[in-house]
Unconditional design. Structure first.
Length: 490
């Protein structure tokens, strides 16, 4: 999710003033002996390079095909890279759109996912493409994973004296003018539609893909998820997002086992409409990966308190007889919402910067809840907005067990500690250097300046990923350029 520079800074400063020390993760310091080198590899076209005008992504973990896949999510384009050549393989303006779908919708750039995600297929010449449509695909009269029932969850947006009642937080209609940055925006129902595509001999996506799953969501300036991981046997893990606008605490749906918002779903691509709930309490995960075939790792964008990377054994996540709980959303048994190792207040929707507010730190692991591998937050020194990506790579890193990035600052961050169920590992900032070992004081944002020149504001949205050989890379969303990363001693 992307917001203007001025709004982000005002919101962050408000958060810092309002949040007491006991309600903040520990600040991050630079690690002295470890650095990171970044080297340019290639690029995909991006016609929209002004700040907050773009929405691109890289699809992580594609080993069977030996290719990388990049998406211009806002324009509905897909590119492949085979270690030598970048090729456009699908474009909604040039190729046949699957039957029944309507991709001609518009929302805020950061929430416009006409092509939402790509997932590895069961073999090298198949991929799964997830579209966002305002209509159901041919053959579906209703979604397989619907939103909560109409009117089941009301709420309030904006703080006093402009507080406004919303009858249904999952069907918000036109947002009140008091909503930060998005007053007057018309929210509407959308569908994530999953298709199996064959890759033809020329490397293009063939026509007539096979649909197999539909999720109902809400086009809203908020949490639309999209983290995904392909598993053996045609199974797919998918993060739905909590389906609501920023400022809320997720309400009750993320903690309810009969709702799909705020969940990680285990989808069976071999059987139409088949899924189980694998995890709950997940706010807005946009990336997943697997560590050593035994551990699921995923990032989760926080509210105003804690940004997270979470870990859980694959055995546990695939055993759906027990739904793993990561804490987001109001639990109906104890009445609490959790964000990282903190309890969170209910919150007013549509308020940037201090909603939903932190209430109390959790000092020890809680039975029935999984605490994050790492967490970080805002400090007077660091105007962090949110986590954007992570990567784990034994091929590229020696001492670093986990590396992650942040939206606003361009910082590269990491930990040398393995996951522990006892609580979050200690994180650090990492000094970044270019191929000539010149320091990059603005982190990955210096790469925006290198490509675009003196544009004044250099946020680039750095998305970490794995190349097919397991090495680490970073894709600068704003410029469309991708790089390789290597841990170095300093």
């Amino acid at each position: 999710m992307k917001f203007t520079f001025a709004a982000s800074i005002v919101a962050l400063l408000s958060t810092i003033r309002a949040t007491a020390a006991q309600c903040s993760p520990d600040p991050l310091e630079y690690i002295e002996e470890i650095g990171m080198k970044v080297e340019k590899v290639g690029s995909i076209p991006n016609p929209n390079t002004d700040a907050f005008s773009y929405n691109l992504a890289v699809s992580d973990t594609h080993q069977k095909s030996g290719k990388l896949f990049f998406l211009n999510q806002m324009l509905g384009q897909i590119y492949s890279y085979d270690n030598a050549t970048v090729k456009k393989i699908w474009d909604m303006e040039e190729n046949e759109i699957p039957s029944g779908l309507d991709l001609n919708f518009y929302g805020p750039p950061g929430q416009t996912f006409k092509v939402h995600q790509i997932v590895e297929g069961e073999n090298a010449d198949e991929i799964v493409v997830v579209f966002t449509s305002t209509t159901l695909p041919t053959g579906w009269s209703e979604p397989d994973a619907p939103l909560p029932a109409p009117g089941a969850y009301p709420g309030y947006v904006c703080k006093f004296p402009k507080t406004t009642f919303v009858r249904d937080i999952y069907r918000m209609g036109v947002l009140p003018d008091c909503v930060s940055n998005y007053g007057g925006f018309p929210c509407y129902t959308i569908y994530n539609v999953f298709y199996k595509f064959h890759i033809d001999e020329s490397g293009q996506l063939a026509n007539n893909p096979t649909p197999f799953f539909v999720i109902e969501n809400q086009m809203v300036p908020g949490h639309l998820g999209g983290g995904a991981l392909a598993l053996e046997g045609g199974k797919i893990l998918w993060s739905v997002g909590d389906c609501t606008i920023f400022g809320f605490d997720g309400s009750f749906a993320p903690q309810r086992d009969d709702q799909t918002c705020g969940k990680i779903l285990l989808i069976d691509s071999t059987e139409r409409g088949s899924f189980e709930i694998a995890a709950k309490g997940v706010r807005n995960s946009q990336q997943m990966s697997v560590k050593e075939d035994t551990t699921l790792v995923f990032m989760d964008i926080g509210g105003v308190t804690a940004e997270e990377v979470n870990a859980v054994s694959m055995e546990d996540i695939l055993d759906t007889s027990t739904i793993e709980n990561f804490g987001w959303g109001r639990n109906q048994i104890d009445g609490k919402t959790r964000e990282g190792t903190f309890y969170i207040a209910p919150g007013y929707g549509g308020v940037l910067g201090d909603q939903p507010a932190c209430e109390k730190r959790i000092f020890s692991p809680e039975e029935g809840y999984i605490h994050p591998w790492i967490q970080f937050g805002r400090t007077p020194q660091d105007f962090y907005y949110g986590i954007i990506s992570f990567v784990i790579s034994d091929e590229s890193f020696d001492k670093l067990s986990l590396v992650w990035t942040e939206f606003n600052t361009g910082n590269v961050l990491g930990t040398t500690e393995s996951y522990s169920s006892d609580g979050p590992s200690k994180g650090y900032k990492i000094n970044l250097y270019d191929a000539d070992m010149t320091p990059l004081p603005m982190g990955f944002n210096d790469l925006v300046k290198e490509e675009l020149g003196e544009v004044g504001y250099f946020r680039g949205d750095p998305r970490l990923f794995h190349y097919p050989d397991g090495t680490a890379g970073v894709f600068i969303e704003r410029t469309g350029v991708f790089y390789k990363l290597t841990e170095i001693e300093i």
